[in-house]
Design a protein around this ligand. Structure first.
Ligand SMILES: Cc1cc2nc3c(=O)[nH]c(=O)nc-3n(C[C@H](O)[C@H](O)[C@H](O)COP(=O)(O)O)c2cc1C
Length: 424
């Protein structure tokens, strides 16, 4: 088990002896905006490519509280803290000048950070020797945004949220339609330096939605962007920095070559993506066996990546019509019985989610590549959100659970990565 994971477990006692007090005056910003001296382009939803970009991470709902206004996005995030930033290279994309961009969420714009040429680009840093026509995305984390609230455990949330953002690109890609390939084997240190992140932000993954341009070889472009603050406040968490450093080097990676298959109807999917929200509690409604099978099929589809790790899917069936109550592992029952209360307790007593929901999921892994396996859990979680919404069901991610007690329940000693609940 990765040492960081072991050190950041929740238990019944730890959450009581270590209550999380938030210092509101230190609340970090959730937006990174480059200065206006950079060329920015507001996303125009009439343009197909810009509409696609909007469906990855655009703002979709405004919440007003006494403390101010907050916006929710296409992609979910633990505590709505949105620790991730999205960058991309566009080459040969209709209506978007070739270049390297930052996705500016606050204004629904893209900011041109640097130009590229026919023979210079980001491709080699992601392992490609030829120029790639389409998009190369890069996902980073500004970890303090999440650590402000979740302290040392925040690296887990940064990775899950990054997985959701990758999943968001995957789902928006289906609108075009375009397949995606996740890239973990990228030159992170070099890229972190070139983008001027100064240890406060780091790249976690890449995503290729592009095809090679035969015969057009390309070399790595060199630039040095200035540091741009993306959190306002900052406090260093040495444990998180060490966890990032020591999980950056990949080992014994297996490449997955099988592409996932989804059967969504484009217009319904577009609406589902746009309307996705986390359900705050379930009314104990049941789902049908057909809906259950559909969800299981979607989340068991392969994830195309250069470092695929096995993630085990455990699901507690609380309310599926014509199916026995019990616990399944990867689609097969491992025990029968009513575990609804147990699932709610394990999810840090969030009974309105994992007990009242029709299903309660726990994802585990014993893989070696922590960043890759954790982001995969986020991608699977995102597929579950979208598939649930598509069927008219609600879904919520759950990052807080009693780690060791989940292990006892599912009877394994793997790292518990994520819990989710689905229901009505
Ligand atoms: C990794 C992750 C963990 C989450 N954990 C919880 C949780 O433990 N309890 C909860 O009620 N919501 C949880 N959520 C839901 C978030 O609070 C929600 O995504 C965020 O407030 C934004 O709202 P939206 O999903 O409706 O856009 C989680 C979401 C994610 C992505």
């Amino acid at each position: 088990m990765f040492w960081y994971h072991n050190m950041t477990k929740h238990s019944y006692n730890s959450v009581r002896t270590n209550p999380n007090r938030l210092s509101w005056e230190d609340q970090p910003s959730t937006y990174k905006n480059y200065p206006n001296s950079y060329k920015k382009k507001k996303l125009n939803l009439e343009n197909e490519e810009e509409d696609f970009l909007y469906h990855i991470a655009g703002l979709t709902e405004k919440k007003t509280y006494p403390s101010g206004e907050y916006y929710l996005r296409i992609n979910p995030s633990a505590g709505a803290l949105y620790p991730n930033e999205l960058y991309f290279q566009a080459r040969g994309v209709a209506g978007i000048d070739d270049g390297i961009y930052h996705y500016e969420v606050s204004s629904s714009s893209i900011t041109l950070l640097h130009g590229i040429t026919e023979d210079l680009g980001l491709e080699p840093y992601l392992g490609y020797k030829t120029a790639m026509k389409g998009y190369l995305f890069l996902v980073s984390a500004i970890y303090y945004r999440s650590a402000w609230k979740y302290k040392e455990r925040a690296f887990r949330y940064c990775l899950l949220d990054a997985g959701h953002l990758l999943g968001s690109v995957e789902m928006a890609g289906l609108l075009k339609p375009h397949a995606v390939q996740i890239v973990y084997g990228m030159e992170r240190e070099k890229l972190n330096r070139m983008f001027g992140f100064e240890e406060r932000e780091w790249f976690l993954s890449g995503l290729c939605m592009a095809v090679p341009i035969q015969g057009q070889s390309v070399e790595g472009i060199e630039f040095e962007l200035p540091y741009v603050d993306g959190s306002g406040t900052f406090e260093a968490f040495p444990l998180i920095e060490e966890a990032y450093e020591s999980s950056t080097l990949l080992q014994n990676c297996h490449k997955s070559l099988k592409a996932p298959k989804f059967t969504y109807k484009k217009e319904n999917l577009r609406e589902t993506i746009f309307q996705r929200r986390s359900q705050r509690g379930f009314a104990e409604g049941a789902m049908t066996k057909g809906q259950f099978n559909y969800l299981m099929d979607v989340i068991q589809q392969p994830v195309l990546s250069d470092c695929d790790e096995e993630v085990n899917l455990y699901v507690v069936l609380n309310r599926v019509i014509d199916m026995p109550l019990g616990l399944q592992k990867n689609g097969r029952y491992v025990k029968y019985g009513d575990f609804a209360k147990k699932a709610g307790y394990l999810s840090l007593e969030q009974y309105s989610l994992s007990t009242s929901g029709a299903l309660a999921f726990f994802l585990t892994s014993k893989g070696e590549n922590y960043q890759a396996l954790y982001q995969k859990a986020g991608i699977i979680g995102h597929r579950l959100y979208i598939a649930s919404g598509y069927l008219g069901l609600g879904c919520s991610g759950i990052g807080a659970y009693y780690d060791d007690e989940v292990n006892d329940f599912v009877e394994n000693d793997e790292m518990v990565l994520y819990a989710l609940a689905v229901g009505k």
